[in-house]
Design a protein around this ligand. Structure first.
Ligand SMILES: C[S@@+](CC[C@H](N)C(=O)[O-])C[C@H]1O[C@@H](n2cnc3c(N)ncnc32)[C@H](O)[C@@H]1O
Length: 257
């Protein structure tokens, strides 16, 4: 099935009102700290938040840097980001309306899975200044042992997801788009599956199918995800890859010191 831009905006328009509480990682301060540590923002940096959604990443940079610009395709999501942005542009990540090298830092959390790839990541690298950095944060399977079951769970939970990743896939995307010294960190988020699946955009039958996958999960999946079950509810330890690439170019004075 081909997933259109309207499918994606339709999905997120329905979720917009409750998005911020649809996963524990959304407002997780520790994950925000990891993103800050990876991007090392300075007061004079210009930041682009790609697929900014309701602004949960934008607000981490707001007030710390010279400028925060957000892009997204779903007005209902992105409208909520306005208080944390100097500028919001409703546009697809695959064709960013910015000059080459416009930003010091480009960040994209839980966005690339919905985009045309590698086009979107290439655009992110294009608009980053030489010497700047790109950080992509996305849920991933731990490896081949949990991949099929986890991708099925992710597909059921969000029918407009186009891509599913292992951590190495994201590193390769960022490297092939033109970055060097690509580094990857892991972050594990603990999610109550019943809360996580109650995203406002899928029906109860689909949520039950997600529970079914957990009930029948392989020992490898259960072990990698440290699945806990109590009173019919499941808890999953979900893996994020936080991948940072540096665009080749001169380091500035502060980075050399
Ligand atoms: C899961 S939300 C992530 C929001 C935010 N980055 C966060 O971490 O909370 C995904 C967002 O990606 C946006 N999106 C999906 N495809 C896009 C595209 N091709 N270009 C720009 N934004 C896109 C959706 O509209 C939605 O707001």
């Amino acid at each position: 099935m081909t997933i259109s831009r309207e499918d994606v905006t339709g999905h997120f328009a329905v979720r917009a009102a409750t998005y911020d509480r649809s996963s524990s990682w959304c407002t997780d301060g520790d994950l925000a700290e990891v993103v800050l540590a990876e991007t090392s923002p300075r007061t004079f940096d210009r930041v682009l938040d790609v697929a900014c959604g309701t602004g949960l990443v934008s607000r981490v940079f707001h007030g710390r840097t010279a400028e925060v610009v957000g892009v997204d395709i779903t007005e209902e999501m992105a409208g909520q980001a306005r208080p944390y942005l100097d500028r919001l542009v409703i546009t697809p990540a695959e064709s960013l309306p910015f000059e080459d090298g416009s930003f010091d830092i480009v960040v994209c959390r839980q966005g690339v899975q919905f985009m045309n790839l590698p086009d979107a990541v290439e655009e992110m690298v294009r608009v980053t200044r030489p010497g700047g950095r790109i950080t992509v944060v996305n849920l991933c399977a731990y490896g081949v042992a949990d991949r099929d079951e986890y991708f099925e769970i992710l597909r059921l939970r969000n029918p407009v997801r186009r891509h599913f990743f292992l951590p190495g896939d994201l590193e390769e995307l960022v490297r092939k788009a033109g970055c060097e010294t690509v580094t990857s960190r892991r972050y594990v988020s603990v999610e109550d599956v019943d809360v996580w699946s109650d995203n406002g955009a899928i029906d109860e039958e689909r949520r039950e199918r997600i529970r079914e996958v957990y009930r029948g999960a392989s020992p490898e999946f259960r072990s990698l995800h440290a699945v806990r079950e109590a009173d019919g509810r499941f808890t999953d330890h979900m893996l994020f890859a936080v991948v940072t690439g540096h665009k080749p170019g001169p380091l500035d004075a502060e980075e050399v010191r």
